[in-house]
Write a protein that binds this ligand. Structure first.
Ligand code: URA
Length: 209
């Protein structure tokens, strides 16, 4: 069973409070989401494997380490996942980026993939699927299915706020996936919003309604 990691670094928790505040405007909201995403990326990449190398410093040859293997692949789920991307890229500028687009079928209410483009050799990369709100879990689960179908092995899921329903769905559908979130909130209301949550992440990021 994949694990749920609640990233409770004080800076993450502090900034999340301002993200939640309904009076935080688009510009500040966007900046804060990026800052939190960068801090979360720092925590998520904590256990990346290293490989020894050598480098010449101005003084001597040093035995040192670099991250092993191919660069990470970040896969934001359109559209709100885009809001977390630049923050992560600030920390890992060499990461490759894929995209998954999903819409909800009006009859079945199930997520349907309309777009998926991933970096080459995705099967050799650590893949992080990025979606800020883990609500029903339907779209996160579908995005994980989409990246796995194209070869991603044991992708991670990064979100800002999750609810137990969404966590259950992802864990049921994807036993191998670790979930990283800044908070686990109380429940989903009848309109599909996380309570207390932060409202509609996409609308707040892009200033739409
Ligand atoms: N998506 C959002 O943007 N917000 C929620 O509260 C739930 C899903």
């Amino acid at each position: 069973m994949g694990q749920v990691h609640v990233l409770d670094h004080p800076l993450i928790q502090h900034k999340l409070t301002y993200i939640r505040n309904k009076d935080t405007g688009t510009k500040e909201f966007r900046a804060l989401v990026q800052e939190v995403s960068m801090l979360m990326a720092y925590e998520i990449t904590r256990n990346l494997p290293l490989v020894e190398t050598e480098v010449d410093t101005p003084v001597a040859r040093a035995r040192t380490n670099v991250i092993a293997g191919k660069t990470l692949a970040l896969v934001p789920v359109l559209r709100a996942g885009l809001g977390m991307l630049d923050g992560i890229l600030n920390l890992i500028p060499t990461a490759k980026v894929g995209h998954v687009g999903l819409y909800r079928d009006p009859e079945t209410l199930q997520p349907v993939e309309y777009y998926c483009k991933l970096p080459a050799n995705v099967e050799e990369r650590d893949v992080i699927v990025v979606d800020p709100m883990l609500a029903t879990g339907g779209s996160a689960s579908a995005a994980l299915t989409a990246v796995k179908a194209r070869g991603a092995k044991q992708p991670k899921l990064m979100c800002l706020v999750a609810v137990p329903e969404g966590i259950r769905t992802v864990q049921q559908d994807h036993e191998d996936v670790d979930i990283y979130t800044a908070a686990v909130d109380d429940y989903l209301n009848d309109h599909g919003y996380i309570v207390p949550g932060l409202g509609d992440a996409g609308d707040r990021l892009f200033g739409t309604k």
